[in-house]
Design a protein around this ligand. Structure first.
Ligand code: NDP
Length: 434
């Protein structure tokens, strides 16, 4: 009814949630009376703005910036910024909508939001990246604040970009408001273990899910899509737990290394040189590079961790994975499975760790970064990592208990949606019609 049909990713995210909420809605008719769902799917505020900047040739470039402030019932808007040519309002809305329930699951006081731009960082110089970030935040700054809206990174936005955004924000405001952005560098208010948090958190969640089913990562064959922030640290932690990670990808192709991915090489290529994953075979000629990223899902594995982008695993990929013996899916990326693929996995009793719960470690650690900023002190890596682990253990517990309580035991997808939703719904009711 709101003409959102041109936003397929947003519709997909909403459909997936609404279908699984039925048991909760049946038990709580007051949610319907208070129009909680209608209010939940309508963002509180959507900001769209022009981002003009000068490239290295002195030419004017123009991009579009977005920030969707979706829901602040349980805390200030919180969610990352994505810089990727595919970004549009529908993508930001799907991410913002999922963020509401994810942030609720962390048990911390953070509402849901998301933003970004259709700016393509690939092939841009350092100077161009800085100029773009400065222009972007020069408009967005007026809508942010440590108790208002706190962005972080996502695809195409890491510590480098957050540094440039924070530098310009600080200059405009004439104030060192550290808590306004998270994912900051360690020298100016960042948190240890934030970089690792989403990937590590994913593995902690999957570890708990395996444990609940009397299993572990030990000697499991794992494949991971993506080779960015989430993928790298998921690989590292899975290997630490005794898994054999045999493949990783980027948006072009994948590498297959049957003896196990050498993650320090991937870090050198992706984090330092910012090159393509195909470079890996230059360091390790025994590995294979396949110039077709979609074929990754044809590989045989026990555990698949999609950590790249949305709609990465289609129904046919899901069928192939199951046929090849894969029995665990851990969603590091947001909405990496289509709804058809997700239903298929559930039908086949595959252990499915849904993104809202499984990748919540990143935003949870962002909230820990905000807490450290407020106290003007820094915790050690071990302290932050321990808190992250405890948070992920709690999220798994909450999710599996909700699944049990609402009659869908083992369905962690429904469990995550229900547990995340109830807390937000209750808060919205307490706050009145706002
Ligand atoms: P990065 O930019 O660090 O890495 C993204 C990776 O995914 C790259 O390897 C990239 O390849 C690949 N990729 C991007 N788009 C596509 C595509 N359309 N098809 C195939 N591969 C693609 O991002 P992050 O690791 O931070 O984010 C990955 C996912 O995790 C996203 O879904 C994000 O929303 C989610 N997430 C991230 C969090 C965080 O803390 N960073 C927190 C929670 C969720 P290439 O290098 O070729 O572009």
């Amino acid at each position: 009814k709101n003409n959102d049909s041109s936003q397929p990713e947003f519709i997909q995210a909403v459909e997936e949630v609404l279908l699984s909420l039925k048991p909760a809605l049946d038990r709580h008719p007051e949610y319907e009376e208070n129009k909680i769902l209608e209010r939940l799917i309508e963002p509180e505020r959507q900001i769209i703005f022009r981002v003009p900047w000068l490239d290295d040739n002195g030419q004017i470039q123009v991009n579009r910036g977005f920030r969707v402030q979706f829901n602040s019932a349980i805390g200030p808007y919180k969610g990352g910024l994505r810089f990727h040519p595919s970004v549009n309002l529908g993508i930001i809305k799907f991410l913002g909508f999922e963020q509401i329930l994810k942030n609720s699951l962390t048990g911390l006081s953070i509402g849901g939001g998301k933003g970004g731009s259709n700016f393509d960082p690939k092939g841009k110089s350092e100077k161009e990246i800085m100029k773009f970030c400065q222009s972007f935040i020069t408009e967005l700054y007026r809508h942010l604040g440590q108790s208002v809206d706190v962005p972080a990174g996502d695809i195409g936005v890491g510590a480098r970009e957050i540094g440039y955004l924070f530098g310009q924000y600080k200059r405009i405001k004439n104030e060192f408001e550290a808590g306004v952005l998270t994912g900051k560098g360690l020298k100016y208010g960042g948190s240890l273990a934030r970089k690792e948090a989403t990937g590590f958190g994913l593995i902690y969640f999957v570890r708990e899910m395996l444990k609940a089913n009397n299993d572990s990562f030990e000697n499991k064959t794992v494949i991971i899509s993506g080779s960015g922030n989430v993928a790298i640290y998921a690989c590292m932690k899975a290997q630490e737990y005794g898994a054999n990670v045999v493949a990783m990808s980027d948006s072009k192709g994948y590498i297959f290394d049957p003896d196990g991915i050498k993650i320090d090489t991937v870090q050198q290529i992706k984090e330092v040189e910012r090159k393509r994953i195909s470079e890996y075979v230059k360091y390790h000629p025994e590995a294979e590079y396949v110039d077709n990223q979609r074929k990754l899902w044809d590989l045989k594995c026990d555990i698949a961790l999609p950590c790249a982008a949305q709609n990465d695993i289609h129904l046919e990929n899901a069928e192939k994975l199951v046929e090849n013996g894969c029995f665990v899916i851990g969603e590091g990326a947001n909405m990496p499975c289509t709804n058809e693929a997700m239903s298929y996995f559930l039908e086949k009793n595959i252990l499915l760790a849904p993104a809202k719960a499984a990748n919540a470690g990143g935003v949870a650690t962002s909230a820990l970064e905000m807490a450290q900023n407020s106290m003007r002190l820094s915790w050690t890596f071990e302290e932050v990592n321990k808190k992250l682990d405890e948070i992920m253990v709690n999220i798994f517990k909450e999710v599996s208990e909700a699944a049990e309580e609402y009659g869908v035991p083992g369905n962690y997808v429904a469990g995550a949606n229900i547990a995340g939703f109830i807390k937000v719904a209750e808060a919205m009711m307490s706050l009145g019609i706002v």
